[in-house]
Design a protein around this ligand. Structure first.
Ligand code: AP5
Length: 214
């Protein structure tokens, strides 16, 4: 089962992708997490990506595509995967379609988690991300058991640099210009499914599970 999560920044793609990965036993692949790990480790890729991410811009396709294609070729992706944050542009989607097509394969589900812009900014200001394992929480909707401490690994949780209101506004603009057209792209491939992302997290997940079956 090969799944793509679509939606604005903060729509809940990562939250749902993790739940899907756990339920269906497939890897959750987030290009944002790959970049953040590289930033933490101080790699060349991390330094380059950080410049774009801190401004709310997309990391250039030439840096992003190869990382993703290398990742989906790994052994653990044999039975499928859930992509979170990739593709984000039409050229990225075309590269993925071509790469899969060469081995007679395709994306099975592109799930658009729909949340209006007005809900996004408040959602992002309450998000907290773990510095250790990248798990995400929300101060109100999904708090950690102990304030400021990750439930999974015990590291500190913080507001991401790119979750400050001004950067979120820029990310939303970039989303509408460059990523939103993917909805039409996958609709044409007859694999687009829409879910209302303003519902409670568990209800959103139930709607997705109904689409995926079993
Ligand atoms: P990335 O990390 O992918 O960020 P994003 O797409 O902007 O998405 P987010 O992680 O911010 O949000 P999300 O939809 O996953 O929401 P979440 O589940 O956390 O990318 C960051 C940057 O990396 C990009 O800006 C770009 O620069 C670069 N990048 C990454 N991939 C790239 C690519 N392919 N090409 C080029 N550049 C790339 O939820 C948000 C909050 O809401 C959380 O606090 C959560 O707890 C809460 N929440 C979730 N669901 C609900 C709900 N139903 N009700 C209430 N609260 C909820």
């Amino acid at each position: 089962m090969k799944i793509i999560m679509l939606g604005a920044p903060g729509a809940g793609k990562g939250t749902q992708a993790k739940m899907i990965a756990d339920k269906y036993g497939i890897p959750h692949i987030s290009t944002g997490d790959i970049f953040r790990t590289n930033i933490k480790e101080g790699t060349k890729l991390g330094k380059e990506a950080k410049e774009y991410m801190d401004q709310g811009r997309l990391v250039p396709d030439e840096l992003t595509v190869k990382i993703l294609l290398d990742r989906v070729e790994k052994e653990d992706c044999k039975n499928g995967y859930v992509l979170d944050g990739f593709p984000r542009t039409i050229p990225q989607a075309e590269v993925l379609t071509d790469a899969l097509g060469k081995v007679g394969d395709k994306i099975d589900y592109a799930i658009n988690v729909e949340v209006p812009d007005k809900n996004i900014i408040s959602r992002m200001s309450g998000r907290r991300a773990c510095l250790g394992c990248g798990s995400t929480y929300h101060l109100e909707y999904n708090p950690t058991k102990k304030e400021g401490i990750c439930d999974s690994c015990g590291s500190e949780t913080v507001l991401r640099d790119d979750d400050k209101a001004e950067t979120v506004k820029k990310r939303l603009l970039v989303y509408h210009e460059q990523t939103h057209p993917l909805i039409e792209y996958y609709k044409k491939q007859s694999v687009l499914y829409e879910v209302d992302g303003t519902m409670d997290m568990q209800d959103v997940f139930q709607a997705i599970a109904n689409i995926l079956g079993a």
